[in-house]
Design a protein around this ligand. Structure first.
Ligand SMILES: [Zn+2]
Ligand SMILES: [Zn+2]
Length: 271
């Protein structure tokens, strides 16, 4: 099952590269990174010491098995140097030169304090730590996760990180919304008419914008807190893979930025 999850991401990236040449560079980068992530995921290497998979609380409070991850981080940085956008490639080169003590500090600090990442999502080295550690968290969530059925949570019920993208799935005659975690990829149900940033529920404060270019992706913006999230409507396009489609629809981010909205959670490019 997990193999097909990765295949779906790769295949979707290929399809979107063909459909939207303007996003090709971003998506090629995504695909290279996701392939690297798949190898990390399949080893489940740094996923916190409990190799039996039993008795783990699921939350990311345990220490990373960082010593097992450091050699992989070196490989990861070399790969980023070759395929990332310029700023991130430079950051990977700088980090590569700084050595393992610095890597260890960066990775442990990112794992323990997601708030750092959310307050400075645009820093390239923070983005690198995120991309590298994300499959560790996803592995933990997939193998140890017990997700409570709480619909009111605006952050991930597994690891408390913010959502990266929303999803609409068919339910009865309509659709229900869920959110996907930026860190562990857990998906949890969330109300359709409520801002995940501030809890606003007044319909007149919650704006939805779409563009004809991507009719299955919408910007859901809040005029109370000026935050927005993009939501991928699977009832309109069942082939979409939300995290990949989120990256491929960057013009919507720019559009929202120009209107003064701030993204709830930046993506891999810091946007
Ligand atoms: Zn999570
Ligand atoms: Zn809001």
């Amino acid at each position: 099952m997990n193999r097909s999850k990765w295949d779906q991401r790769f295949e979707r990236a290929d399809a979107l590269i063909a459909a939207h040449p303007f996003a090709a560079e971003v998506l090629q980068f995504y695909k290279r990174m996701a392939m690297f992530q798949q190898t990390l995921y399949s080893h489940g290497e740094g996923a916190c010491g409990n190799e039996s998979g039993k008795g783990v609380s699921g939350l990311l409070e345990q220490d990373l098995n960082v010593h097992r991850l450091l050699p992989k981080f070196a490989e990861f940085l070399s790969s980023v140097e070759k395929c990332a956008p310029q700023l991130m490639a430079q950051s990977a080169r700088d980090l590569n030169a700084q050595g393992t003590d610095r890597w260890q500090d960066l990775l442990i600090s990112f794992w323990r304090t997601a708030s750092d990442f959310q307050s400075s999502p645009g820093q390239p080295e923070v983005l690198l730590a995120w991309i590298f550690l994300q499959p560790q968290a996803e592995y933990l969530a997939d193998h140890n996760g017990h997700i409570p059925g709480q619909e009111a949570m605006a952050v991930c019920p597994f690891c408390s990180r913010k959502p990266i993208v929303g999803v609409l799935r068919r339910e009865g005659d309509g659709a229900k919304r869920s959110l996907i975690c930026s860190m562990c990829a857990t998906e949890w149900t969330y109300g359709r008419i409520i801002c995940p940033a501030c809890g606003e529920e007044a319909v007149e404060k919650l704006a939805i914008y779409t563009a004809s270019q991507f009719d299955h992706v919408r910007v859901e913006a809040c005029d109370t807190c000026r935050r927005y999230i993009k939501t991928v409507d699977l009832t309109k396009n069942g082939h979409a893979v939300p995290v990949v489609d989120e990256l491929a629809t960057m013009p919507l981010n720019l559009w929202a930025q120009q209107r003064g909205y701030v993204k709830l959670q930046a993506n891999w490019l810091g946007i």
